[in-house]
Design a protein around this ligand. Structure first.
Ligand SMILES: [Zn+2]
Length: 230
């Protein structure tokens, strides 16, 4: 019952955030910018203006699969962004360049986020299973059960932390993006407001995911309280 009370609102929030970002993305994917630059041109122009010469801009398959790969020094733009002159394309291309600027400026939260990746991946995949095993051991009276439960929760905490640290990274990339597309005149007047809407909707998906992870953590802590032998 507590599972439903906690997890169902979390899942609904995530679903709403996904629906909202897609809706906003498609809405402004239909509107061409007055300057008519493609996503690829927007990214190249921003990088050039920032004096970044060693990052390539290339297309990547998929939808909303846009990202910056720091190890490959590549801004990868999805098919709907790379060659599109829409407001959505400009906003997303600029956002990925925001991540490049973070990398160039050694933006601290980005480094923490990168170092949390392996723990977060492991934690989000296995921690619930580890806690369950711990609960099983604890209920059979094994002292080891409590230790296993705590290890599982600590791993999950790394995943939660990863999502929490993702928030400033994503918000900062969008802030940089909106400033630069305005400064360089890539978008004009109300076009900037549309870009802000697209990026705010995208940012909210990260907020929703973080809330969902925090709820899962609460769930695990409740399980621990119920089952550990203290
Ligand atoms: Zn981002």
């Amino acid at each position: 019952m507590t599972y439903l009370l906690l997890m169902v609102p979390g899942m609904l929030l995530m679903a709403w955030a996904q629906w909202h970002v897609k809706g906003t993305y498609y809405r402004y994917a239909e509107v061409a910018s007055s300057l008519g630059m493609t996503g690829a041109e927007v990214a190249q122009s921003i990088l050039q203006n920032m004096g970044v010469n060693d990052v390539i801009v290339e297309p990547v398959p998929g939808e909303l699969s846009d990202h910056y790969d720091p190890s490959a020094r590549a801004v990868r733009l999805s098919e709907g962004v790379y060659g599109s002159t829409s407001l959505s394309a400009a906003a997303i291309a600029a956002h990925e360049c925001g991540h490049v600027l973070q990398d160039v400026n050694h933006y601290f939260p980005m480094n923490i986020r990168a170092s949390l990746v392996p723990f977060a991946n492991f934690g989000s995949q296995f921690s619930t299973m580890i806690v369950m095993i711990g609960v099983g051991l604890a209920s059979s009276g094994a002292a080891l059960g409590n230790v296993v439960i705590n290890v599982g929760i600590a791993l999950f905490l790394a995943a939660v932390l990863f999502h929490v640290v993702t928030l400033p990274v994503e918000f900062d990339a969008s802030r940089r993006a909106l400033k630069i597309i305005n400064d360089l005149g890539i978008l004009q007047g109300d076009e900037n407001k549309a870009a802000k809407r697209v990026l705010s909707a995208a940012a909210f998906t990260y907020v929703a995911t973080t809330i969902y992870y925090v709820l899962q953590l609460i769930q695990l802590l409740m399980m621990r309280r119920r089952n550990a032998n203290y």
